[in-house]
Each structure stands twice: as structure tokens, then as C-alpha cells.
Ligand binder design. Structure first.
Ligand code: IYR
Length: 233
């Protein structure tokens, strides 16, 4: 038997090679019911900033990352790295560095208009979720591909690709019963240092994952209605 080793990425410049794709068509009722179910379930998702320190099943977190890694990406370059941080000491260092940046941000670096936009969320420079939540998923964007021999290849639509992957990650975590926060301390360069990432990667978001604290509150916000976001032509 010939064992074919498939590379994770076509050799640069490889010609197109198609394989059949024939997913079974879902029947109409099943499709409508699933869409309605997902809409309701996803409407229950809230960004959580107060986490319980309770452990969550690691397999659920790993599977959610595997879901994110199925995201479509520019030229199928899959320009993402997910760093799963469980170590309390590393989480403590991330919290300390993030709070140092956030203090400067909230003290005025963000500017009055931005601070006013954040007021309804009730956020501040204190980031206890970074040490309370049992996991941090730090998502890095590979700005370019760095080969083992040091050659680089341009990545296309990196922001969009990683944004889509993060959306899928948040969806998978929520549907698996876990709470998350999309945290973007700025600037995020300290994450590359603390987590010793290579020079082609830049931090995209820090996502604490866990269960909401027993006394968790979320801001009293409303979502736009479908009418407000959908234009039909
Ligand atoms: N990065 C800061 C500020 C912040 C910015 C936005 I835009 C938010 O939606 C929420 C917070 C922080 O994490 O507090």
C-alpha cells in the first residue's frame, strides 16, 4: 500500500487538484428547525467578564479550538495559532502585563470618545478574569508563513481569516456550554514575549474560557433586530 503523506498546505505553487464534495442534502424541515434552534441558542450567548474558578472539561476547549481551525482562510493558508494557557503562573503574568497596559488606556490613552463608547459595558483596567477563568486561549495571527529554513511567504486576508476563526471558536464554546470573553488588551506585544511566540506571529485576542461566576452580571444591552441589520434586494 502506498502511504501518501499530505502536507497541511499545498506546496507553494502547486496546481489545483479537485476531490468530490457531495454532502447529503438536509431535508427542509430539519434545516429550518436547526436554523431556528441555532438562532435561539446563539442569542443566549453573552460576553462574560466574571468567571468562576471551577475547572471545565479540557476536551471541550480543545474541540472548540479544532472547530475554529476548520475556518475558511485566505488562500487556505490557515494563518492562526491558538495558545492554550492553563498554567496559573503564566496567567498571572499575562494579567499583570495586561492591567499595566489597560491602566494607561483607561487613564486617557483611549481618548474621550472611546471611553464614552465603553461606559455602557462597565469595563475598567482590572482584569480578574485573566486569572479566574481556568483557561486562556491566546489567538495569534501569523502575518506571514515562516518556513523551517527561514523563508517567508505572504499571507492573504489574515485579519479576516483569523476573525472568522475566532467567531467559530466563540460559537463552539457557547454551544458546548462554556462562557468566554473576547479581550483585546492594547498594545498586545507583551503576549508574544510572555508566550515566546516567533516573530511572524502577532497576538489577535485573549479569550478567557470557563463558567460564569455565581454572581456574574452582564451589561443590560439589546441586540439590533434582524430588520436593522438585514437589507434584502
Ligand atoms: N481593551 C480594553 C478596552 C475595551 C475596548 C473595547 I472596543 C471593548 O469592547 C471592551 C474593552 C479592555 O479590554 O478593557
Amino acid at each position: 500500500m502506498i502511504m501518501e503523506t499530505r502536507k497541511w498546505f499545498p506546496i507553494h505553487g502547486q496546481e489545483y487538484r479537485g476531490v468530490p464534495y457531495r454532502p447529503a442534502r438536509m431535508d427542509r424541515e430539519e434545516s429550518v428547525a436547526m436554523a431556528d434552534h441555532l438562532r435561539r441558542r446563539m442569542n443566549e450567548r453573552r460576553t462574560v467578564r466574571q468567571f468562576s474558578t471551577d475547572q471545565v472539561p479540557e476536551q471541550v476547549v480543545r474541540d472548540a479550538i479544532a472547530v475554529a481551525a476548520t475556518a475558511p482562510s485566505g488562500a487556505h493558508q490557515q494563518p492562526w495559532t491558538f495558545v492554550l494557557v492553563k498554567n496559573p503562573e503564566v496567567r498571572r503574568r499575562i494579567r499583570e502585563a495586561a492591567e499595566n497596559e489597560e491602566r494607561v488606556s483607561y487613564a486617557g490613552r483611549l481618548g474621550d470618545e472611546w471611553l464614552a463608547a465603553l461606559r455602557p459595558l462597565g469595563t475598567d483596567a482590572e482584569k480578574p478574569h485573566l486569572t479566574d477563568a481556568p483557561y486562556l486561549i491566546v489567538v495569534f495571527q501569523q502575518r506571514y508563513l515562516l518556513d523551517e529554513d527561514g523563508t517567508t511567504h505572504k499571507h492573504y486576508y489574515g485579519d479576516e481569516s483569523v476573525g472568522i476563526a475566532v467567531g467559530m471558536l466563540l460559537t463552539a464554546l457557547h454551544l458546548s456550554g462554556l462562557a468566554a470573553l473576547t479581550h483585546t488588551p492594547s498594545p498586545m506585544r507583551f503576549l508574544s514575549e510572555v508566550l515566546e511566540r516567533p516573530r511572524n506571529e502577532k497576538a489577535f485576542a485573549v479569550i478567557p474560557v470557563g463558567y460564569p461566576a455565581e454572581d456574574c452580571e452582564v451589561p443590560d444591552l439589546v441586540r439590533k433586530t434582524l430588520d436593522q441589520v438585514l437589507v434584502e434586494i
